[in-house]
Structures are given as structure tokens and as C-alpha cells.
Design a protein around this ligand. Structure first.
Ligand code: PLP
Length: 390
């Protein structure tokens, strides 16, 4: 099939929810991708999913071996990779218990349900403006962005939005009906907005004082991306519930909700479930991803290479007056422009660099944990060339 035919058939046969970029990708290896015409790209976006790069041989091997044993079976029975992965996630985080699903929205749904059960009638959850928690009805209602709500009203009841990084507003928003606060340590879709130390520490204290749950949506900050295994580690706090997806399976669809043990037990048999959640194939793959991250010190690499990337972007900021701000942690980095960034993303793509733009003006860089300083140099060289023409 040729590119034009794929584009035409997509239009004819698929529901048009994606505004697609006219490139058809057929192969990936490490940080590189190739399209149907053989053109090579450096992947500094990966939609925040390909944590260990594309098609890492250890991930491919784990998928292959598990596929030869057992791909899926009902959650009414025990399967081994699921329990092994839950143990691993508990051990590398805060000792909680795990529920598996297939995506970020689904694990956030689970967190919302757990918070409501914990609340025993208290059902309000405070979330932040510019947050993003998913596209299901409850998670889009939790999301503090009008454009995500539009057309789907009435929203699920019980979400209150307050400005990010503003502890006083949260204090004001807490009522007798509040059961939880849900927040991203770094807002990803909202433009790489980093929570301040005082904010998350203050939030933890406030939740303790009012006996309400602190839910951290680490779907985008999770496993290694920020230069720590989990975003909360930057802040010296522990959440009651944490949700993970995206980078967890490096491309295998999986999400995990981790909750403190006593809290977790409130989700008793029959209260929640997922047919595919935690299936042996996804769990074996995810175990291979986490083992590789640990064995090859990839979190350390994210910290070092991320700092290198941030410094290089600062150099560009000194050079171009239309760059407003550089922000982020590890390999989760944003560069805010004075003007819209879409044309820069397109021009980078032409030059073989895949990046993304969020909230119109923030160029977003989410390269994999295996990124090297040479990869950063190449990306910066392309970006610099593109920015010269702006
Ligand atoms: N939460 C955050 C912080 C996200 O960034 C996303 C996706 O971008 C989601 C939840 C939703 O994840 P999914 O698309 O896997 O449902």
C-alpha cells in the first residue's frame, strides 16, 4: 500500500477523531523511526509512551516468550506475570497494592471510584485548571479544560477546578463533601507546568489535615521520565493513590493504579474490574521494561540527559527573543514561545525531528529514557535551523 492510499482509506473507514500528520510510520528502533518512504526521524515525542525506545530487543523477547505461553486469561484466575509486576511496582514505589487496566483514563477512573468509596458519601474531587486526566466521561469531567468538555455536557458531577500551584485556592475549595484532590506533579498536556515544592508539600499536609485523599496522576510523569522513578520523589511526599500508564509498557497498552494497602482494600470484589487489565502479555512486557530501566540506570540517564537538553534549550532561548520560557524535569521538557508553535513542529518534521506542541505555544519534548547527548545535539541542531527561519 502506498502512503496516499493509506491516507484515503483512513478517511473512508476510520472515525475522524485524530487530526493526523500525513506521515505513515512503519518501523522503529531505539530513538529512530522510519516512514513508508524510508525517511528517517529522531523521535523526541513518542506521545510519551516509548520509554525504552522503539522495539527494544529485550522487550520484543519478553513479548515473544510470553505470547508462546499465555497471552490472555480471565482475571477470575491467577496469572503469574500480573502478580510479579504488581510486586515489582509496589516495591519500587510506596508499598501499595495495584489494580491494572489498559490506559491512563481507565486507571484514573479507578482512582475516582476508589476516592468515592473512601468518601462514604463525600464525592467532590478537586482538580486543577489546565489538567488532563483522560477522555472517558468521568476523566474528561475531572480535566480542568473547557475545550475537552465541549459537547459532552452534562459532565459527571463532583469535580471542582482550581488554579494549579495555588495552595490557598485548594484550601478555599475544600468542603464537607470533598473526598480527594487529584493533581499531576507536572502538567503534561497543560503545557509542562511543574508543581512547586511548597505546593505539593502543602497539598499533602492539607489532605492529611482534612482526611482527604491525595491522588497523583503520574500517567505522564511516571517511571523515570522526570529523572526520578516517580514524580512525587522530587517532593519528599507520598500520595495515597498514584496512577501510571503511557511509559509503563513502552508501547504495550497497560495502566496501573497503586493505592496504600488499607485504602486499596476498599475496592472489594465486584466493585471494579477490567477484562484485559493486567493480562499476562502486557505484564510480562512491562516487567521487562522496568527491569531494563533498573539494570541500565535509565532514570539516572533521564536526569543527566534531561539537564543537558534543558541547558541546550536555554542556549536557544538566549539566541531567539520569541522563546519565552524553558521548563521541565528530566526528559519531560517544554519550551514556551511568544507565538503559536505548530509551524515549527511541521518544519522540524520535514527535517527529520518529531516533537509536539501543546496548548498552542509550548513545544514539548518527551524523548525516551535511552536518549544520548548526541541525540540531543542532533535534535537541537535541527531545531536551531528551523528557529532561524522564524
Ligand atoms: N493523565 C495524564 C496526565 C495524561 O497525560 C494522559 C494522556 O495524555 C491521560 C491521563 C490519559 O491517558 P490515556 O490516553 O492512556 O487514557
Amino acid at each position: 500500500m502506498y502512503e496516499r492510499q493509506i491516507i484515503e482509506e483512513e478517511k473512508e473507514f476510520m472515525i475522524p477523531v485524530y487530526k493526523r500528520i500525513p506521515v505513515c510510520l512503519v518501523k522503529g528502533a531505539g530513538i529512530k523511526l522510519w516512514d513508508i518512504n524510508g525517511k528517517e526521524y529522531l523521535d523526541f515525542f513518542g506521545q510519551g509512551v516509548n520509554s525504552i525506545g522503539h522495539c527494544h530487543h529485550k522487550l520484543v523477547k519478553a513479548i515473544h516468550e510470553q505470547a508462546n505461553k499465555l497471552i490472555h486469561f480471565s482475571n477470575l484466575y491467577y496469572t503469574m506475570p500480573q502478580v510479579e509486576l504488581a510486586k515489582k511496582l509496589s516495591q519500587i514505589s510506596f508499598g501499595g497494592k495495584v489494580f491494572f487496566a489498559n490506559s491512563g483514563a481507565e486507571v484514573n477512573e479507578a482512582a475516582i471510584k476508589l476516592a468515592r468509596i473512601y468518601g462514604k458519601g463525600k464525592y467532590e474531587i478537586i482538580t486543577m485548571t489546565n489538567s488532563f486526566h483522560g477522555r472517558t466521561l468521568a476523566t474528561l469531567s475531572a480535566t480542568g479544560q473547557e475545550k475537552i468538555h465541549k459537547g459532552f455536557e452534562p459532565l459527571v458531577d463532583g469535580f471542582k477546578y482550581v488554579p494549579f500551584n495555588d495552595i490557598e485556592q485548594i484550601e478555599k475549595a475544600i468542603t464537607k463533601s470533598t473526598c480527594a484532590v487529584m493533581v499531576e506533579p507536572i502538567q503534561g498536556e497543560g503545557g509542562i507546568n511543574v508543581a512547586s515544592l511548597e505546593y505539593l508539600k502543602g497539598l499533602r499536609a492539607l489532605c492529611d489535615e482534612h482526611k482527604i485523599l491525595l491522588i497523583l496522576d503520574e500517567v505522564q510523569t511516571g517511571i523515570g521520565r522526570t529523572g526520578k522513578m516517580f514524580g512525587y520523589e522530587h517532593y519528599g511526599i507520598i500520595p495515597d493513590i498514584m496512577t501510571l500508564a503511557k511509559w509503563l509498557g513502552s508501547g504495550m497498552p497497560i495502566g496501573a493504579m497503586i493505592a496504600k494497602p488499607l485504602l486499596a482494600d476498599l475496592l472489594a470484589p465486584g466493585t471494579h474490574a477490567s477484562t484485559f487489565g493486567g493480562n499476562p502479555l502486557a505484564c510480562a512486557a512491562t516487567l521487562a521494561v522496568i527491569n531494563l530501566i533498573l539494570e541500565e540506570n535509565l532514570v539516572e540517564n533521564a536526569r543527566e540527559t534531561g539537564n543537558y537538553l534543558i541547558n541546550k534549550l536555554y542556549e536557544l532561548k538566549d539566541k531567539y527573543s520569541f522563546i519565552k520560557e524553558v521548563r521541565g524535569k528530566g526528559l519531560m521538557v517544554g519550551m514556551e514561545l511568544e507565538t503559536a508553535g505548530g509551524s515549527i513542529v511541521d518544519a522540524c518534521l520535514q527535517q527529520g525531528l518529531i516533537i509536539n506542541c501543546t496548548v498552542e505555544k509550548v513545544l514539548r519534548f518527551l524523548p525516551p529514557l535511552i536518549t544520548t547527548k548526541q541525540n540531543v545535539d542532533k535534535a537541537i541542531e535541527i531545531l536551531d535551523k528551523v528557529l532561524q527561519k522564524e
